[in-house]
Design a protein around this ligand. Structure first.
Ligand code: COA
Length: 201
């Protein structure tokens, strides 16, 4: 079976969760950082296809789903949706915990579940959409990242969305180089990394 990009199907969720974990440490495997392998995707991948399945696309090959792009067309609306439908169950399931000082960082992710996420941001005016993209190593460096961005950009244009933004860690220079190469520009610099934007006009 050739590699192909296709719209999200509900059976992809397990693979999306695994890929998120395997690429979650500056682009590399984050499994060693988390006792609970689901927490990272609860934050960065899982809610997107549940909130709006039409804004997620996956890459599959003969071994299965090995890459995804997850997005929301409306970041403010997405945060309102998470506050109502996503966080309440996870906050009850995962109360705030202290750092166990054993090298794991589950407590850092759990603390983020309990944050109040902004529904307003100056970036949202021109770049209301935001996204996350991850490919397993076997699919990296073959043009599929660019193809996923283009697929999402087409879907966003079809909805009349003017721009797309994302956050990238300064610890992931390869991803920063990729985003600039496919057309993103730097919108904001932070201590943790960059906010990048892609105009879709
Ligand atoms: C970052 C990632 C999405 C890029 O996707 P990809 O399929 O590997 O990239 P592509 O092959 O589509 O590359 C597109 C362009 O970016 C460039 N590029 C990609 N990775 C690069 C890197 N590490 N350094 C410099 N340039 C890079 C390519 O050379 C290519 O340029 P060209 O089209 O002019 O030849 C993918 O490598 C990945 O999932 N990495 C691990 C997870 C990750 O870091 N996700 C991002 C978290 S913010």
């Amino acid at each position: 079976m050739p590699r192909s990009i296709r719209p999200f199907h509900p059976s992809d969720l397990g693979a999306i969760y695994r890929i998120c974990l395997l690429t979650g440490h500056a682009g590399g495997d984050s499994s060693h950082l988390y006792a609970n392998p689901d927490l990272l995707s609860h934050l960065y991948a899982g809610p997107y296809p549940v909130a709006d399945p039409g804004m997620t696309f996956v890459v599959a090959d003969e071994q299965g789903v090995a890459g995804y792009i997850v997005a929301t067309a409306d970041s403010a609306g997405f945060e309102r949706w998470r506050e109502e439908h996503w966080w309440p169950v996870l906050r009850a399931q995962y109360p705030l915990v202290e750092d166990p000082h054993d090298g794991t960082e589950d407590h850092v992710l759990v603390a983020r579940f309990h944050e109040t996420w902004p529904t307003e941001d100056p970036v949202y005016a021109e770049y209301p959409a935001h996204m996350h993209i991850d490919l397993l190593p076997r699919l990296q460096g073959q043009g599929l990242g660019r193809a996923l961005i283009e697929t999402l950009a087409d879907a966003l244009r079809a909805r009349g969305v003017p721009g797309l933004h994302l956050g990238v860690s300064k610890d992931n220079p390869g991803a920063i180089a990729f985003y600039h190469r496919v057309g993103f520009v730097t919108l904001e610099e932070h201590a943790w990394g960059l906010t990048l934007g892609l105009a879709l006009g």
